[in-house]
Design a protein around this ligand. Structure first.
Ligand code: PGA
Length: 255
C-alpha cells in the first residue's frame, strides 16, 4: 500500500510527565512493536522528555503540539524546532484550530512554522478546517484551500513528501459531532487534488491526510476505510490507553 495509516494523539493541555509516561507505558506494552500503523503521541512540552524516554525502543513516535519558527532568541514562553529535536521529537502539530482561534495564529505565521519544522527534519502535521459558520455558508473548500496553500508556501516538492495534513472541521473538535464519512472524504479528496497541483501527483499520493474531530473507536472503522482518509488526529480518545489502542487496531484493520 502506498500510504501507511497514521494515528496521532493530540493530548492538548493534559497530563503531567508522570501521567504521560504511565499512559505510554501501556501503549508500548500493547502496541510498541507493531509496524502496521504509524503511531505518534503529542504530549505538552513539559511531558516530552518523560514520554520520549518511556517510548524509547518502541515503534511509537514523539510529536509536539506547536513550535516557534526561530531557532533561539528573545521569544518568552516559546519552544524551537532544535529544542524539540533535542528531545527526540520527530513530528509537530502546526496550525491547530485552537492555536488559530484562541492564540491568533495566522496562515502566514503558520507557514513560517511549517518551513522551520521541515528545515529541522521535523514532520509537520498541518491542520486545516472550517468553522460551522463557514460550512453553513458553503465556503468549506475555499477556506481549506486558503489555509493549505498559504500554510505550504515555499515548501519544495522534496519536502512535501514528508508532510502530513490533518483535516479537522472545527465544529467536530471535542463536540462529539463527527463529520459524515462523505463530508470527510469529499474534503480529503479535495486536499489531495490541491496537493497534486502544488507538488505533482506522485507526491500528493504519498502525503498522509488525517481526519480529526471526535474520532472514536465507534466511528473510526468507517472513516478509515475511505479512499483518502489515511489516519486520525485524535484528541479526547487519545487520553486513555484503551480507546487509543482501539483506534490503532481500527487503522490496522482498515486496509
Ligand atoms: P477531538 O480533538 O478528537 O477531541 O475532537 C481532535 C483535535 O483537536 O485534534
Amino acid at each position: 500500500m502506498l500510504r501507511k495509516k497514521l494515528i496521532a494523539g493530540n493530548w492538548k493541555m493534559n497530563k503531567t510527565p508522570a501521567d504521560g509516561a504511565a499512559l505510554v507505558a501501556e501503549l508500548v506494552t500493547a502496541a510498541g512493536k507493531q509496524t502496521d500503523v504509524d503511531v505518534v503521541v503529542c504530549p505538552p512540552f513539559t511531558a516530552l522528555d518523560a514520554v520520549g524516554k518511556a517510548l524509547d525502543g518502541s515503534t511509537i513516535k514523539l510529536g509536539a503540539q506547536n513550535l516557534h519558527h526561530e531557532a533561539s532568541g528573545a521569544f518568552t514562553g516559546e519552544v524551537s524546532a532544535p529544542m524539540l529535536r533535542a528531545l527526540f521529537a520527530t513530528h509537530v502539530i502546526i496550525g491547530h484550530s485552537e492555536r488559530r482561534s484562541l492564540f491568533g495564529e495566522t496562515d502566514a505565521f503558520i507557514n513560517q512554522k511549517v518551513l522551520a519544522a521541515l528545515k529541522n527534519q521535523l514532520k509537520p502535521i498541518l491542520c486545516v478546517g472550517e468553522t460551522l459558520a463557514e460550512r453553513e455558508a458553503g465556503t468549506t473548500l475555499k477556506v481549506v484551500q486558503t489555509q493549505l496553500e498559504a500554510g505550504l508556501q515555499g515548501v519544495s516538492k522534496e519536502q512535501a513528501a514528508t508532510l502530513i495534513v490533518a483535516y479537522e472541521p472545527v465544529w467536530a473538535i471535542g463536540t462529539g459531532k463527527v463529520a459524515t464519512t462523505d463530508q470527510a472524504q469529499e474534503v480529503h479528496a479535495y486536499v489531495r487534488g490541491l496537493l497534486t497541483k502544488l507538488f505533482t501527483e506522485p507526491v500528493a499520493q504519498r502525503v498522509r491526510i488525517l481526519y480529526g474531530g471526535s474520532m472514536k473507536p465507534a466511528n473510526a472503522p468507517e472513516l478509515l476505510t475511505q479512499k483518502d482518509i489515511d489516519g486520525g488526529l485524535i484528541g479526547g480518545a487519545s487520553l486513555e490507553a484503551r480507546s487509543f489502542l482501539e483506534l490503532i487496531r481500527a487503522a490496522a484493520a482498515a486496509k
